[in-house]
Design a protein around this ligand. Structure first.
Ligand SMILES: Cc1cc2nc3c(=O)[nH]c(=O)nc-3n(C[C@H](O)[C@H](O)[C@H](O)COP(=O)(O)OP(=O)(O)OC[C@H]3O[C@@H](n4cnc5c(N)ncnc54)[C@H](O)[C@@H]3O)c2cc1C
Length: 403
C-alpha cells in the first residue's frame, strides 16, 4: 500500500466500485477503502434485495463493461402495471408502445455487487479492507484520511476523497455536512414469491392504504416482493408465521398472478429519506446513498447514484486529461452544480409518491385515482412517465455513449 494517492474512494458498495471501474484506465492512482471484507459483503442479507434498473442505467452499465457479465441474471420488464387497491385508477406502461426492448430490468443487488467487485479485482484496483475512514483533514494540496483497520490506525493522503460510504456515511459526518432526514415510519419487507400464473415480464406497483406493494418479475415464475408497511405492521408481519405473512400478502395483492408461495426468507429494511445539504466540502465529494438515501417505492436509489458516478467520472477524466487539480474547489463545485437538478427532481418525485400514495384519505385517494386514469388515457403523459421509469428523462451522460 502506498501513502499518497490521486483518489481515495471510501465505500466499496455499488457507487464506489462502479466509479473505480469507470476510472480504471485513466492512470489515476486510486484505492477503495471498504469497511467490510468481501466475504462479509457477499454474505450480507441486504444483498437479497431486488433492484429495478432503468433502461438508462443499463446503458450506462453497458458502457462501463459491467452489464455484459450480469445480463443473464437479469429479467426484462416489458410492462408496468400501476394500480390503487380498492379504487378505480390504474395505468399501464408498455415497452412495445414506447418502442424499446424493455422498460427496465430486475436483478438482485448481490448479483451486481459480486460481479462489480470481481471486475474491480481483475482490473487490479487496490482495495484496502476491512478498514474504516475515521478521520479527515482537508488541506490546500491534499486531503489526509485516517483509517482504522482492527486495532491498527494509519493515515493516507489524496488529492480527492470520494465518500461513497452509504446512507450512514462517516465521510459526510466527518465533513460536517448536515443532512435532512425524513422518517416515514415505514419499513420495506423484501422477499421472493413463486406465482402460479406467469408474470409475463410485468412489474406490478400496487398502492394500498397501508403502503405501496411492488412485485417485480424474476425468471419465469418468480417475483421479488418489495412491500412497504408501517413500522408496527412490519414488526408484526416479521414476527408472525410465514403462513400468516403470505396470506396477508395475497390478500393485499389479489390473485392477478394466481396463488403466491414464499420462495426466500423475509427481510426488513427501515425506510427514511436522507438528503445531504451539500455534496462537496474541501477536497471531498459525496455520491450515491451518502448524498441521497431514498425510499425504494419508485426504485430510483441506485439509478440516481449511478448517474452521480458517470457524471463525476466524465468530469474527472476531462480534468485529469487537462492536467488540472482533481480536488480543486471550482471543479468540485461544478460537479455539484451539474448534479443538483437531477437530485432535486428524483428526491422530490420519490417523496411525493410516498406521501400521495401512502394514505387513504379521501382527497389524496381521489387525486391519485384521477391521475392514474388520466395518465392511462393521455399518451404523451404516459410516454413521459415511461421515460422517467426508464431513467431517460435527464441528459444521457457522454460516458454512456463513449464506446
Ligand atoms: C429494499 C430496497 C429496495 C431497493 N430497490 C431499488 C431499486 O429497485 N432500484 C434502485 O435503483 N435502487 C433501489 N434501492 C436502493 C439501492 O440499493 C441503493 O441506492 C444502493 O445500493 C446504494 O449504493 P451505495 O454504494 O451508494 O451505498 P451502499 O450500498 O450502502 O454502500 C456503501 C459501502 O460503504 C461501506 N462503508 C460504510 N461506512 C464506511 C466507512 N466509514 N469506511 C469505509 N467504508 C464504509 C459499506 O460497508 C458499504 O459497502 C433499494 C434499496 C432498498 C433498501
Amino acid at each position: 500500500m502506498q501513502q499518497d494517492y490521486d483518489l481515495l474512494i471510501a465505500g466499496g458498495g455499488l457507487a464506489g466500485s462502479c466509479l473505480a471501474l469507470a476510472l480504471k484506465d485513466t492512470g489515476l492512482r486510486m484505492a477503495i477503502v471498504e469497511a467490510n471484507t468481501r466475504e462479509q459483503l457477499y454474505a450480507s442479507p441486504s444483498g437479497d434485495r431486488a433492484l429495478a434498473l432503468a433502461d438508462g442505467t443499463v446503458k450506462m452499465l453497458e458502457a462501463l463493461g459491467i452489464w455484459q457479465g450480469i445480463r443473464q441474471a437479469a429479467t426484462a420488464i416489458k410492462t408496468i402495471h400501476i394500480s390503487d387497491r380498492g379504487h378505480f385508477g390504474k395505468a399501464r406502461l408498455s415497452a412495445q408502445k414506447e418502442n424499446v426492448d424493455a422498460l427496465g430490468y430486475v436483478i438482485s443487488a448481490r448479483d451486481i455487487e459480486t460481479h462489480v467487485a470481481r471486475l474491480a479485482s481483475e482490473a487490479n484496483i487496490e482495495l484496502i479492507c476491512p478498514a474504516r475512514v475515521v478521520g479527515l483533514m482537508s488541506g490546500d494540496n491534499a486531503i489526509h484520511v485516517s483509517l482504522k483497520h482492527g486495532d491498527e490506525s494509519f493515515s493516507l493522503s489524496a488529492k480527492l476523497l470520494i465518500g461513497a460510504d452509504g446512507g450512514s456515511s462517516s465521510v459526510r459526518k466527518l465533513l460536517d455536512i448536515s443532512q435532512k432526514v425524513t422518517e416515514y415510519g415505514q419499513t420495506a419487507l423484501v422477499t421472493m414469491v413463486k406465482t402460479s400464473v406467469p408474470h409475463n415480464n410485468t412489474a406490478y406497483e400496487r398502492f394500498t392504504a397501508s403502503g405501496p406493494l411492488a412485485l417485480l418479475p424474476v425468471g419465469n415464475n418468480e417475483c421479488a416482493v418489495v412491500w412497504t408497511r408501517t413500522d408496527e405492521d412490519a414488526k408484526a408481519l416479521m414476527a408472525g408465521s410465514e403462513k400468516d405473512f403470505l396470506s396477508e400478502l395475497q390478500d393485499c395483492f389479489g390473485y392477478r398472478l394466481g396463488e403466491l408461495a414464499l420462495a426466500a426468507p423475509r427481510r426488513a429494511f427501515p425506510l427514511s429519506l436522507i438528503r445531504a445539504e451539500k455534496m462537496v466540502s474541501g477536497r471531498a465529494v459525496i455520491i450515491g446513498n451518502a448524498a441521497h438515501q431514498l425510499h425504494p417505492v419508485a426504485g430510483q436509489g441506485f439509478n440516481l447514484g449511478l448517474r452521480d458516478v458517470v457524471v463525476l467520472a466524465e468530469m474527472l477524466i476531462q480534468q485529469h486529461g487537462d492536467i488540472q487539480d482533481i480536488g480543486a474547489a471550482d471543479f468540485l463545485n461544478r460537479y455539484a452544480k451539474a448534479r443538483q437538478k437531477d437530485h432535486d427532481l428524483v428526491v422530490g418525485f420519490t417523496d411525493n409518491v410516498v406521501r400521495i400514495f401512502s394514505n387513504d384519505w379521501l382527497a389524496p385517494a381521489l387525486i391519485r385515482n384521477i391521475g392514474l386514469t388520466l395518465l392511462d388515457h393521455i399518451p404523451a403523459a404516459k410516454a413521459l412517465l415511461a421515460r422517467q421509469a426508464m431513467g431517460l428523462a435527464g441528459r444521457m451522460p457522454r460516458l454512456g455513449r463513449r464506446r
